[in-house]
Design a binder for this molecule. Structure first.
Ligand code: GAL
Length: 634
């Protein structure tokens, strides 16, 4: 497939007289896509029921006339002020029980039936009007579900919906009491109407209660989204996307993705390095203008899975953002590198956020492709370079990856609910393993936890998956390749109880986790063969071969044919050694890369990305800082 570039644009922010000039410059630059509309509700429906489509008709027509393809966003992330008068109880409540306020965005409760109906109304009106418009070539639902901490709501509306959800799931309070273990601390309920939300308890609430609340909250996002996709599909054949965010695990993206055609995500590498990554101060300093070398790639692979192969970048950072603790200027070349890395991972399109920097309101400090005075900002020339290079490159597809990593949203909730040690964060653990594989030059697929066929993979990793699903366990039993499972995998039942027989209960593996311990970060557990475990380790009784032990004699790695169980959280050096061994066992070639250099294949080319602020010698060439190097695969 031919890869394309696009941009996010807000016609409502600019005088109409400027639109044609903007569209002409976008087309001159060679952009394909323009995403519009996603925050425009107050201008589309200034007062309830009074629509003003004229300007949007005109904007779509102007873009279309210049050969641009429109991604039309539904405006439901920003209900206008009048909406609150109609639905005073539509605001989500924070964990302290306070309603969140109007004056920014995402101020709604996913469970609010009245607001859902309003969304259905505006989406129906838009889909009827633009569903067959030849210039509307894709849709986006809402904007960044969960961003700004908006999934978990402790409102009266959420409470009622949660009780209904529980009644559906359990049918009787007795069944719920059994599943949650409510005999503990006299927590038994006589009626679903007695059940509260799991905030404001004196000490920690029942983890099974919290887990069901999180499942419920995630289901509300999927239901909310489905209202829109059902309507759009009745009026349009164009593909539907949603733009997900980075390191957001509050809802099950696979479930939302099942109703969409394309998984898109919003990549802000410098913001993410600054505000959502555990890393040393040295690491953050080294990559301050380039972003973490693995965090984007992780999300590319994750959202390729969520989109069942079809994925985009809907928003690509073009310069300094406004929202992170520190907002540095990207190193020259990064706006190009980030786009190429996305394409190497199979992105169909990369859209920069945004066309012109707004001189007003919250994001006036956020760069665009153009400055507020319409002069080109640095990323403009980099986008032009990407387009020249794309023109010279053959169409390409996504390379099959021989290594897979399971990523499971419920495990993120499980270990946030009952971490048992402050540092046990599921995303952090999964990303640690992903990064280890990337340091060894691997192409990786991310798999949903209910994957039922592993036959395409030589090596499968499933660290920290709280409950391995029956289809996955069956696939593991049938798998001819190799796997590395653990730590802490399969250690909870679906009801968030400790299974008996004790974990890990893996096919063909004789192993019983008899004790676990979590440790402060400065108390490592040395391994006899070198390296150490951090944060977490397990004592396992086993009659299976034990290729690695800790210095104090606990099994560190346990083998049963191709399956290996890992009993702790390895530090970087130990992880590299263990992954190198696992890759070799699986018949794969580790390719240890220099710091900050990363590799990814498409089906036709091998690409290298230099995230370092200095040049790197590799593949018989000098790759400059922020450089991309590629050659055809042999
Ligand atoms: C995204 C959001 C955009 C814009 C951008 C700024 O999270 O979808 O609307 O706010 O961040 O970086």
């Amino acid at each position: 497939m031919k890869r394309t570039l696009g941009v996010c644009y807000y016609p409502e922010h600019w005088p109409q007289s400027q639109w044609a000039q903007d569209a002409a410059s976008m087309a001159d630059l060679g952009l394909t896509w323009v995403r519009i509309g996603e925050f425009a509700w107050s201008r589309l429906e200034p007062t309830p029921g009074q629509y003003d489509w004229g300007w949007l008709d005109q904007a779509i027509e102007t873009l279309g006339r210049h050969g641009l393809r429109v991604v039309l966003g539904t405006p439901t992330a920003t209900p206008p002020r009048w909406m609150l008068d109609r639905h005073p109880d539509m605001l989500a409540h924070d964990a302290a029980g306070n309603p969140r306020g109007f004056g920014s965005r995402r101020h709604y409760d996913f469970a609010h039936a009245g607001y859902r109906a309003e969304c259905a109304r505006i989406v129906t009106a838009m889909a009827e009007r633009y569903g067959r418009n030849p210039h509307v070539a894709a849709w986006q639902t809402d904007n960044e579900y969960a961003c700004h901490d908006t999934v978990l709501s402790y409102s009266p509306v959420a409470l009622q919906a949660f009780r209904n959800w529980l009644a559906q799931k359990y049918q009787s309070p007795q069944a719920l009491n059994r599943a949650w273990g409510n005999v503990f601390w006299s927590m038994d309920y006589a009626s679903f109407d007695d059940i509260a939300l799991p905030n404001l308890t004196v000490t920690e609430p029942n983890p099974a209660h919290v887990m069901d609340f999180r499942r419920f909250a995630s289901d509300m996002v999927a239901e909310f989204n489905r209202v829109q996709t059902d309507i759009i599909r009745r009026h349009s054949d164009a593909p539907i996307a949603h733009n997900y965010m980075g390191r957001i695990t509050d809802f099950d993206h696979y479930k939302v993705g099942a109703d969409l055609d394309i998984a898109a995500w919003d990549a802000y590498p410098l913001g993410f390095l600054s505000d959502r990554l555990e890393a040393s101060a040295d690491h953050k300093r080294r990559f301050v203008r380039q972003g973490d070398p693995d965090l984007q790639a992780f999300h590319h692979d994750l959202y390729r899975a969520v989109g069942r192969g079809r994925w985009w970048i809907m928003e690509q950072q073009p310069g300094p953002v406004n929202w992170a603790p520190y907002n540095p200027d990207p190193l020259p070349g990064m706006a190009r590198l980030w786009a190429w890395e996305a394409f190497a991972h199979g992105a169909e399109a990369v859209c920069y956020f945004r066309w012109r920097q707004a001189p007003f309101a919250q994001e006036q400090m956020h760069a665009g492709l153009l400055r507020p005075d319409s002069a080109p900002a640095p990323a403009f020339a980099e986008a032009a370079e990407v387009l020249r290079e794309l023109g010279a490159m053959p169409a390409q597809g996504t390379a099959p990856a021989p290594v897979a990593l399971v990523f499971d949203y419920e495990s993120a909730w499980a270990w946030a609910t009952q971490p048992q040690g402050r540092d046990f964060d599921y995303f952090r653990l999964a990303f640690h393993f992903y990064r280890g594989l990337r340091r060894l030059g691997q192409n990786i697929d991310i798999l949903p936890p209910d994957t039922a066929d592993l036959s395409a993979y030589k090596l499968v990793l499933a660290p920290g998956v709280a409950t391995l699903s029956p289809p996955f366990l069956a696939a593991l039993a049938a798998h001819q390749g190799h796997s590395l499972i653990g730590p802490r995998s399969n250690s909870k039942t679906a009801d968030f109880a400790t299974p008996v027989p004790l974990p890990p209960n893996l096919p063909g593996l004789d192993a019983t986790v008899s004790r676990v311990e979590s440790l402060p970060p400065d108390v490592p557990v040395p391994l006899a063969g070198g390296g150490q475990f951090l944060h977490w380790r397990e004592k396992v009784e086993t009659a299976s071969p034990v290729p690695e032990v800790t210095e104090d004699g606990w099994p560190a790695l346990i083998a049963a044919g191709g399956l290996h169980y890992l009993t702790g959280w390895p530090d970087d050096a130990t992880l590299d050694r263990m992954l190198t061994d696992a890759l070799r066992r699986a018949g794969l070639e580790p390719d240890p890369l220099p710091e900050g250099l990363r590799r990814r294949d498409s089906d036709t080319h091998r690409f290298w990305f230099n995230y370092n602020p200095v040049a790197v010698e590799w593949d018989n060439t000098t790759i400059p800082p922020a450089g991309v190097h590629w050659r055809p695969l042999a």
